[in-house]
Design a protein. Structure first.
Length: 740
């Protein structure tokens, strides 16, 4: 029990906030433990769901008003210890505490003399130790190094369940007890103290290595947590003072000197520099910063002094949101894990039954009850389901960790597992495959002239945040004199914007809206519109109601593809994924962009509410669909897709809707995310295959009398270590495409 546990019992009951509660669980050793603790938690009033990650020992609950104390007590009643997980640093397995290391070293030293005679026998050497000396060496191993198995096994029995520790405790006790009885009876011949000692030593060694390996799967979160600066340099009243970073508030002005880590999310107000954001966004090159640009807490200022105004602190900062996203993904269960949970519920009782049947069958058939007991022990030892419980979570943790290091945030394990099945990726155009900063390239206004058309257009779009409105404002900023006053501005989703300008009703309209209005004068501008659209330009129509709508001018905008967008599309094709362009832009502009990027299928002039229907159609024709977007208008399609992928440079709505968020606006990260998902799912399949193979092959061999307890113990320890080590190979993942 944790040292702080009694304080939990003395405090008044704490109500868990409606939402998510995390508990650190101690004492779990296998998938059966996980299943039992989850069942206990689900019985707590107010707990709607419970999922436990064996690799981190963290239980994630959805609690609708249940108490924290009730959940902790339920875990303790099931035979384990629990405490609320501390905020901030990730919960990680202990890095081989000193006591565990000393106990393992002591067990190994005591076991070695017992094993040496067995190893020397094939070479004709007979170094049999006296029975009393074997007993003296084996007893501390059995009851000191093996005490953890007795404690955990007893708790499992008290809860009327089974786990890996119970199997080891029963198996080694049988071998030790048989040897002690033979020694006391004065029976000559081989004793089996070494079998019990070796099994305990090997299992302890396997768990020690396993804990060390599991810590590496949480390195991504610990590395991100380490980016949080402890202090900040705040500028107030012309005076700089260093304060704890936790005391900085939104609106405070901070100073970041060269070489310092940015303490908070902020907007630069003075100075120019380059900032290294590689550990936050995965961006390999330093990013230029100037007044008006945002800096992210945790990134490193390279060479210039920056003054910035704080935008977000604490839990709302980008770094905190990244850490929460990675923790959430690592805590969640992949759908394939449900199969493991169902198997583990019946696994331990079934193995105990098989072991009893093995011992009885061999004893009755041969009359050699000593050998029969050892065969039963071998069944118990080799069947420990540690590897089965670690197979999925370790792969998920490694996959989400390597994704986070490359600027890809995966919301949950289900998103990671679903992404590998993607067969088609539907891309929004503006801001996703293109820069999203269109410029005004041409104005066609036979009656008004360019200057007159620009004045009206700038007045109508004054205050709008739309990219095309910014392009108009940029083009009109050098016009002489002020723009006309406008009022009653109204945005019409998917169609345009209108306003009252000098008593006239004026609109910037899409082709769809202009046609729906039946505007006069369209025919006279149609040839220019078709020419511009054929060149890949986005065309907007300047309309006036006087009183009937009539077309006054055309505004043509251009938006360049992002660097690397074409390479990203080519990479997707190599992965066997079909790229599709789905955009609200006109057909000519969409086709021109698609040709430049190598995309064959185009859906253009699509309203936001229609994108979800297109996603459904793509799913029927191709298979699972990933939707990539960055705007509010993409949110319905992101939700409708099998997996939504949002650009981190886009809106919060898009990022909240998506299952995967790309921390920088690089479309090549889409292919990276799918590749990581495929590699992770492959590791899960490999791990589960080997975990099942160890048992499917090992249990029958042990039951047939072909495995000694020593070999069984080594195989069981090897299974857990190999599963975790295989998952850690994901940390070596590298993008197959060249970085832009």
């Amino acid at each position: 029990m944790a040292a702080g546990a009694p304080a939990i019992l003395r405090d008044p009951p704490r109500r868990a906030p409606a939402g998510t509660l995390e508990l650190a669980i101690e004492g779990m050793s296998c998938a059966s433990c996980v299943a039992r603790v989850e069942r206990a938690l689900l019985k707590v009033p107010g707990v709607e769901s419970a999922a436990i990650n064996l690799a981190t020992g963290v239980a994630t609950l959805r609690a609708g008003g249940g108490t924290v104390d009730a959940a902790v007590e339920a875990v303790r009643a099931a035979g384990y210890d629990a405490r609320p997980k501390a905020d901030g640093a990730p919960e990680a397995p202990p890095a081989g505490p000193r006591r565990d290391t000393l106990e393992l070293a002591g067990a190994a030293l005591l076991t070695l003399p017992l094993v040496l005679p067995m190893l020397a026998a094939p070479f004709g050497a007979h170094w049999a130790l006296p029975a009393w000396l074997q007993w003296l060496l084996a007893t501390p191993v059995q009851f000191v190094a093996g005490a953890r198995f007795y404690r955990a096994g007893w708790k499992a029995l008290a809860a009327r369940a089974g786990n890996m520790d119970l199997l080891v405790a029963i198996g080694t006790s049988a071998a030790y007890g048989l040897s002690a009885w033979l020694a006391l009876a004065g029976r000559e011949g081989h004793l089996y103290f070494e079998a019990a000692a070796v099994v305990i030593t090997l299992v302890r060694a396997g768990k020690w290595l396993e804990e060390r390996a599991k810590r590496r799967t949480t390195e991504a979160i610990r590395a991100l947590s380490a980016l949080r600066p402890e202090t900040a340099r705040v500028l107030a009243g012309g005076v700089e003072r260093v304060v704890p970073a936790a005391e900085v508030r939104v609106g405070d002005v901070v100073v970041i000197l060269p070489g310092e880590r940015v303490p908070v999310d902020a907007e630069v107000t003075e100075g120019e520099s380059h900032v290294d954001e590689s550990l936050v966004t995965g961006e390999s090159l330093p990013v230029a910063k100037a007044p008006g640009r945002r800096v992210t807490g945790g990134s490193v200022n390279a060479e210039g002094r920056l003054v910035a105004r704080t935008l977000a602190v604490g839990a709302e900062s980008t770094l905190s949101r990244i850490i929460r996203a990675v923790e959430s993904a690592q805590a969640a269960k992949a759908p394939i894990q449900r199969l493991v949970d169902r198997v583990s519920e019946v696994f331990v009782p079934a193995i105990v039954a098989i072991a009893l049947a093995t011992g009885l069958a061999w004893g009755l058939a041969t009359g050699r009850w000593e050998a029969a007991v050892l065969d039963a022990v071998a069944v118990l030892v080799i069947a420990c389901p540690c590897a089965l419980g670690l197979a999925t979570p370790t792969a998920v943790m490694a996959g989400t960790g390597v994704a986070a290091r490359h600027g890809i945030l995966i919301k949950d394990a289900e998103a990671l597992e679903v992404a590998h099945r993607t067969r088609v990726v539907a891309f929004d155009k503006t801001g996703t495959l293109t820069e999203g900063r269109p410029g005004l390239v041409e104005v066609v206004a036979p009656g008004l002239g360019r200057e007159g058309a620009l004045r009206l257009a700038a007045a109508v779009q004054r205050g709008s945040a739309h990219p095309l409105a910014h392009a108009v404002a940029l083009a009109a900023r050098d016009l002489p004199g002020p723009w006309p006053e406008a009022g009653a501005m109204r945005a019409v989703p998917g169609r345009g914007v209108e306003a009252q300008v000098g008593g006239r009703r004026v609109a910037i309209a899409s082709r769809r809206w202009a046609a729906e209005c039946g505007a006069e004068g369209l025919a006279g501008l149609e040839a220019d519109a078709l020419r511009l659209e054929g060149e890949g330009r986005t065309v907007s129509w300047l309309l006036e109601w006087a009183p009937r709508p009539r077309a006054l001018a055309l505004l043509a905008f251009g938006d360049a593809p992002k660097p690397g967008a074409a390479a990203a599309v080519a990479t997707l094709r190599r992965l066997g994924v079909t790229p599709v362009l789905v955009t609200g832009d006109n057909l000519g502009a969409a086709r021109a962009a698609a040709r430049a990027l190598g995309i064959e299928e185009v859906r253009a002039e699509v309203l936001p509410e229609d994108k979800a229907a297109i996603v459904a159609d793509l799913r029927r024709r191709h298979g699972p669909v990933a939707m990539v977007g960055d705007g509010i208008n993409d949110a319905p399609a992101l939700a409708a897709a099998d997996i939504g992928i949002a650009m981190g440079t886009g809106t919060d709505v898009a990022m909240h809707t998506a299952g995967i968020t790309l921390m920088r606006g690089d479309p090549g990260l889409v292919a990276d995310a799918l590749d990581i998902s495929r590699r992770t799912h492959a590791k899960i399949r490999q791990n589960l295959f080997w975990a099942f193979v160890y048992n499917v092959v090992g249990v029958p061999l042990a039951a047939a009398g072909l495995l000694s307890p020593v070999i069984a113990g080594a195989a069981m320890a090897l299974s857990s270590v190999s599963v975790v080590s295989n998952a850690l190979l994901l940390s070596r993942w590298r993008a197959a495409r060249p970085r832009q």
